[in-house]
Design a protein around this ligand. Structure first.
Ligand SMILES: Cc1ncc(COP(=O)(O)O)c(C=O)c1O
Length: 412
């Protein structure tokens, strides 16, 4: 039987990261590749208690079909929490989604026609590029500098269906936008009339100070905003939310209904039971402290071991370092050698929607996660990676070593 695939199915590509993660399952490999939160941070006891309480006190409601919008008290909690961060929205604008990943798909379904321009950072979250791709957008890469995407580039995206922006501790680059760049991007978006899809799963994972308020706080009805419980509670719950302007909400709800009727009501009730009395105010600081120590270990190891010509910025939150290698080195080609040496990372190239727009930069970037590996193993893994890079530099001779300091600035 030969199946005739829909055109959109041809846009579905195997995830480069999943293929790589398979390699890292080999015993003994120190994996700096994963994008997963630390399982040690999952609040198992609180979840167990809340689950028992929901089954005891509201079993039939929790096990029944439920409203497509989401569990009303959870929507109200989200609206109140966003208000604390400076984003004032009504609970009626909050759609509870099956992970924020579903929010990306729903936004794509609602807003992208084949050939529509969608502006994206370079690099950007691979899962979003994959979610949008079946709707056949024309990705419009936003040029940037060390501080983030350039406001002029956003202004030039006039006519795009939306710009997909990750202001806080971006996946993969770890970069957090400063207040001045946020203001300038907001001004550019307003002036050019470009809607913004703001994705913020990492904002609570700050190490020194909270990031500035969301872009959506200034953009009002020109923004969609995505949040997630994956990084502050547990990703297995598959709970996220999409905040939409009232004009868009009914269509969004219809798309949600068509997709999966509603996000599991049982999970929503359990999570609401866990968080309703301020649990996250105690819990999230413990995640921050854990990740900060791991970030420090990775920063120290990179500084101690990486060969000259490698560049990175220490992230002030989130889960990732983004490393730019000397121009002669290709991170994808070097991965098998790194795995051989006992360490895995994610090459940067798949995170670029339009790698050709950054003149070869994509090939010599890589992402390192610091959250699932203990500090001593981080040091070991980074030392092994540095050894692989040094040998590759020696092999490629003095030419690429000379090129090293001139490596193009990493695009956030
Ligand atoms: C930037 C970004 N957005 C969205 C997601 C999806 O998260 P979830 O569906 O678990 O809420 C992730 C997951 O890693 C992410 O890194």
């Amino acid at each position: 039987m030969s199946w005739n695939l829909a055109r959109r199915a041809q846009q579905l590509k195997p995830s480069a990261i999943r293929e790589i993660l398979k390699l890292t399952e080999r015993p003994g490999i120190i994996s700096l590749a994963g994008g997963l939160p630390s399982p040690d941070s999952f609040p198992v006891d609180a979840m167990a208690e809340a689950t028992a309480r929901v089954l005891r006190e509201q079993p039939r409601e929790a096990l029944q079909y439920a409203a497509s919008e989401g569990h009303a008290p959870l929507r109200e909690w989200v609206a109140a929490d966003l208000a604390r961060q400076g984003l004032k929205v009504a609970a009626g604008q909050v759609l509870i989604t099956t992970g924020s990943q579903q929010g990306l798909d729903l936004a794509g379904k609602l807003l992208i026609d084949p050939g529509s321009a969608v502006a994206v950072e370079q690099p950007s979250y691979l899962g979003a590029l994959q979610a949008f791709a079946p709707y056949e957008p024309e990705f419009h890469p936003l040029a940037g500098d060390d501080d983030g995407p350039l406001p002029a580039a956003l202004a030039a995206a006039r006519g795009a269906r939306f710009a997909y922006l990750l202001p806080n501790f971006q996946n993969p680059s770890g970069r957090c936008l400063g207040a001045a760049r946020r203001d300038a991007l907001v001004a550019a978006a307003l002036q050019a009339g470009v809607p913004v899809l703001e994705d913020n799963p990492y904002g609570e994972l700050w190490f020194d100070q909270p990031p500035p308020p969301p872009l959506a706080a200034q953009l009002g009805d020109q923004a969609l905003y995505l949040g997630s419980f994956s990084k502050v509670l547990a990703p297995g719950l598959r709970l996220g939310y999409l905040v939409a302007p009232p004009a868009l909400f009914p269509k969004l709800l219809q798309a949600k209904q068509a997709a999966d009727l509603h996000t599991p009501g049982f999970n929503q009730r359990v999570v609401f039971e866990v968080i309703k009395d301020g649990f996250l105010d105690q819990h999230v600081p413990t995640i921050r402290a854990r990740y900060r120590a791991q970030r420090d270990a990775m920063q120290a190891a990179l500084a101690a071991h990486m060969p000259p010509g490698c560049r990175w910025q220490m992230p002030s939150g989130g889960m990732f370092f983004w490393v730019t290698l000397p121009a002669g080195l290709d991170a994808t080609a070097l991965l098998p050698r790194a795995v051989e040496a006992g360490v895995a990372y994610v090459p940067g190239a798949p995170f670029f929607a339009r790698p050709e727009a950054v003149g070869g930069l994509a090939a010599h970037t890589l992402r390192l996660s610091f959250v699932t590996v203990a500090p001593d193993r981080i040091a070991q893994g980074v030392a092994a990676l540095a050894g692989v890079l040094r040998r590759a530099l020696e092999e490629s001779g003095p030419r690429s070593a000379r090129l090293a300091p001139a490596a193009a600035a990493p695009q956030p």
